[in-house]
Ligand binder design. Structure first.
Ligand SMILES: Cc1cc2nc3c(=O)[nH]c(=O)nc-3n(C[C@H](O)[C@H](O)[C@H](O)COP(=O)(O)OP(=O)(O)OC[C@H]3O[C@@H](n4cnc5c(N)ncnc54)[C@H](O)[C@@H]3O)c2cc1C
Length: 343
């Protein structure tokens, strides 16, 4: 067990894939910076690496890290659970951070439970928000400055705030895109702390990487400036072609509600919402989507939202900047025509 350390840093595990720092780690650093400021402690990033990653430490500092804990070892060239978890746990034991955050990526979901289990601490998966506050137990005992770990629970029907007051560090994973990516401040200064963690135990390398094959993401929902999304109200797979036409003309991509995916109108990789991708495009056009809370949580921070729905009472209109009451099958071609005429 790691002794509680209220002076400890707020850490982010800096995830690297194919020699590139992942945006989710930089998104988390923006949040870690705010949490650290509330606590009056430094924010840190843990960066184990086995190959050169250009300007990684500078990037982490520019995004809010005060210290980058760098562990360089050729044995870390490929991600493997055991050696990476060992490095992280050794650093946690040495520095006793009070909070450790991970992206809820396949790698983060593999590494975070290992670290939590090895340090006998708690872990909240898939948080949608994080904050710091004093928490009072029913007995009246006050725990100052705990990490509030907010996430949907019970099938998305409630939003739960989870705290961990006794088994530290407090650990959480956060899905990609949930926290906004901040603007890097190139003038920020920070320390790079080089650490050596012996990786001599052969048991750590029971898994041998023979070949790595990474399938490139075909769809970049998160990075798209325009998302044209369809819901159950689109009625069929064929009608979704209208959305592809509009998205193509606007230089955007097609998203969908879970109901549209469950109906077989489009593949699950297009899902937006609580159990899909979180997006913040410049323009989000919601066609035949009611606006259930689980969908809205993945798109409501879009800069401009246009909603097309036959039901003027549909909840999506309460967050839309422009609402069109009408049949999406007619409105979408009209929007496309109007756009083409103007361009
Ligand atoms: C744990 C959990 C996680 C979930 N995660 C997600 C998630 O990540 N993403 C997600 O989207 N959902 C998610 N859901 C499901 C969510 O609760 C809703 O059921 C879903 O978002 C509804 O999709 P929809 O709006 O397309 O369908 P509906 O609710 O059926 O709404 C269809 C809408 O289309 C309108 N309409 C009908 N015909 C037309 C027409 N011709 N033209 C225009 N409008 C028309 C209707 O008025 C209606 O408003 C989750 C649910 C749970 C319990």
């Amino acid at each position: 067990m790691i002794e509680k350390n209220t002076k400890g840093d707020v850490w982010v595990y800096a995830e690297v894939q194919d020699g590139t720092l992942q945006d989710v780690s930089l998104e988390l650093l923006g949040k870690a910076r705010k949490l650290a400021d509330k606590l009056g402690v430094p924010a840190g990033a843990v960066l184990p690496k086995g190959t050169e990653i250009s300007a990684a430490a500078d990037t982490l500092i520019a995004h809010g890290a005060d210290s980058v804990y760098l562990v360089e070892d050729t044995a870390l060239a490929d991600y493997r659970t055991e050696p990476y978890a060992h490095v992280l746990v050794e650093l946690i034991k040495k520095y006793r951070p009070q909070i450790v955050l991970f992206g809820a990526t396949p790698l983060g979901r593999d590494l975070a439970p290992r670290a939590a289990s090895a340090t006998r601490s708690g872990l909240t998966a898939d948080c949608t928000d994080l904050d710091i506050a004093d928490v009072t137990e029913k007995s009246g005992t006050v725990h100052p400055n705990l990490l509030l770990q907010v996430r949907p629970a019970f099938g998305g029907n409630i939003v739960a705030t989870i705290v961990n007051y006794d088994q530290w560090p407090q650990m959480a994973t956060v899905r990609e895109g949930v926290m906004p990516l901040g603007t890097p401040q190139k003038s920020r200064k920070g320390n790079v702390i080089k650490e050596t963690v012996p990786l001599t135990d052969q048991a750590l390398f029971a898994v041998e990487v023979i070949k790595r094959e990474v399938e490139k993401r075909k769809l970049n929902l998160k990075g798209a400036k325009v998302v044209v999304a369809g819901g159950a109200g689109m009625g069929s797979r064929d009608n979704f072609e209208l959305l592809f036409d509009l998205a193509g003309a606007l230089g955007g991509v097609v998203g969908a509600s879970r109901a549209a995916i469950d109906s077989g109108f489009i593949g699950h990789e297009h899902q937006i919402g609580q159990t899909g991708t979180t997006v913040r495009p410049a323009l989000y056009i919601a066609c035949g989507i009611s606006g259930a809370i689980q969908h809205r949580s993945g798109m409501e921070d879009s800069a401009k939202i246009i909603a097309v729905n036959t039901d003027r009472e549909a909840p999506i209109f309460s967050i839309a900047h422009y609402g069109i009451v009408g049949d999406a099958k007619q409105v979408v071609p009209m929007l496309l025509r109007a756009f083409k005429e103007r361009n």
